[in-house]
Ligand binder design. Structure first.
Ligand SMILES: CC(C)(COP(=O)(O)OP(=O)(O)OC[C@H]1O[C@@H](n2cnc3c(N)ncnc32)[C@H](O)[C@@H]1OP(=O)(O)O)[C@@H](O)C(=O)NCCC(=O)NCCS
Length: 135
């Protein structure tokens, strides 16, 4: 299993807003039986399924490894693992200005279903994206 320290390093090169997660925070999330980790050497995704609902907690791909399909592969893995855990819907939050992630999620079948104004700070809304997982 990939060490939380390695995941925190990947998170730090991928995010400034919201602030990067520490190794301890990542380890804490992974401590839950509801959470799961999909990890490859250049990227990872953390998700969880609670009461039939899957949440993508974070997704990060090393800047040097982007646009090679890893993000899409991790999202597909998230959908598969969420279904395997009995989830019927999936959701995530993404910054309105994050055009790369929004394009990736749109291609993976997520649609905008809400907005949390200024969720990431005075200039940055969070969009709520959801996707049904039933066949
Ligand atoms: C978003 C992120 C995970 C995408 O990872 P990636 O491995 O580069 O994604 P992929 O190569 O699988 O891209 C799949 C599709 O997403 C879209 N996409 C990805 N990056 C894009 C970009 N910079 N601009 C426009 N579309 C983009 C494209 O449709 C792409 O398909 P294509 O390359 O055939 O055109 C990566 O940019 C990242 O880690 N960003 C910083 C962290 C982050 O924003 N995480 C998500 C937070 S909610």
């Amino acid at each position: 299993m990939t060490a939380p320290e390695a995941l925190a390093r990947l998170h730090a090169v991928s995010f400034t807003t919201p602030r990067p997660w520490t190794a301890a925070e990542i380890a804490g999330l992974l401590d839950s039986p509801f959470s799961f980790l999909l990890a490859e050497p250049d990227g990872f995704l953390l998700g969880r399924v609670i009461a039939g609902e899957a949440e993508m907690l974070t997704l990060a791909v090393d800047p040097a490894a982007r646009r090679q399909g890893l993000g899409a592969r991790l999202v597909a893995g998230f959908i598969g693992e969420s279904r395997a855990r009995g989830a019927e819907t999936a959701f995530l939050e993404v910054a309105r200005s994050n055009t790369a992630a929004r394009a990736l999620y749109a291609r993976a079948g997520f649609a905008e279903t809400g907005c949390r104004p200024r969720y990431y700070g005075p200039q940055e809304d969070a969009l709520l994206l959801t996707r049904p997982l039933s066949a």
